[in-house]
Ligand binder design. Structure first.
Ligand code: PGA
Length: 255
């Protein structure tokens, strides 16, 4: 089954030459990667170059979007602009934006609605800040956090097709920490999200909507996450622009 691999560059690399170099690495390997769909999400300033350089096997995404097309809002980027740059996906609600930019549930909800209206696929990130002691996906505290994030994000949202949207389960404590979530817990948490989707939308949508895992994915653990039955893929952060690590990851994906 085809899995989705999202590469979130965050604020790297630091120059256009470096970005081109990373895109070329993707081109070198992507033709050999038959089983998976690669989505490259560079900072805005490299999207135009990515559109030119990346081959057909790589899809593009953005790290953020504004929620209106025609307003004068200094510093923002509209959905139409992203589509001009051939971006099909947008990461929404990443924990770094929630924390450092005080991005609220209301903003996240508006962005999801805008993306769906304008034909961009949101990659909605949700996840708990911490897990204490014996906390698991069956703990009330974990369920409460995830269900509240889902309730807010999808308020008033209609989804036509399961392929219109992706959910990324990203436990915040696992992001950039080198400590990824336990595989069994990822599987259970994804099932929990599917349970919520079935109640809010339909069994069919809950079964088919892609739910991926993110948080310290690297060349050592990526294949285990890709083997998960409930999981539809992974979101790779920090490793995306570390050239050695990226090459190792892409080599794993050929297998
Ligand atoms: P990480 O980041 O792979 O560096 O943990 C994940 C993310 O961007 O959400």
């Amino acid at each position: 089954m085809e899995k989705l691999i999202i590469f979130n560059f965050k604020m790297a690399p630091s120059s256009l030459a470096e970005a081109k170099n990373v895109f070329q690495i993707f081109n070198k390997f992507s033709s050999k990667i038959k089983k998976h769909k690669l989505v490259i999400v560079p900072p805005y300033i490299f999207l135009a170059e990515a559109k030119e350089v990346l081959g057909k096997k790589c899809f593009l995404g953005a790290q953020n979007v504004f929620w209106f097309d025609r307003y004068s809002v200094t510093g923002e980027i509209s959905p139409k602009m992203l589509k001009l740059l051939k971006s099909q996906y947008v990461i929404i609600g990443h924990s770094e934006r929630r924390e450092y930019l005080q991005e609220t549930e209301v903003m996240i909800n508006l962005k999801i609605k805008t993306c769906l209206k304008d034909g961009l696929k949101p990659i909605l990130c949700i996840g708990e800040k911490e897990r204490k002691g014996k906390d698991s996906s069956s703990s009330f505290s974990v369920k409460k956090i995830l269900f509240e994030q889902l309730n807010h994000a999808f308020q008033g949202v209609q989804i036509k097709k399961s392929s219109d949207l992706v959910i990324a389960y990203e436990p915040i404590w696992a992001i950039g920490s080198g400590k990824s979530q336990d595989l069994v817990e990822v599987e259970k948490t994804i099932s929990l999200i599917r349970f919520w989707l079935a109640r809010r939308f339909s069994e069919k949508l809950a079964k088919n909507l892609p739910i991926i895992y993110g948080g310290s994915v690297n060349n050592q653990n990526i294949l285990s996450f890709l083997k998960l039955k409930e999981g539809a893929g992974v979101l790779v952060g920090g490793a995306s622009t570390n050239k050695n690590e990226l090459i190792k990851i892409l080599k794993q994906l050929i297998k």
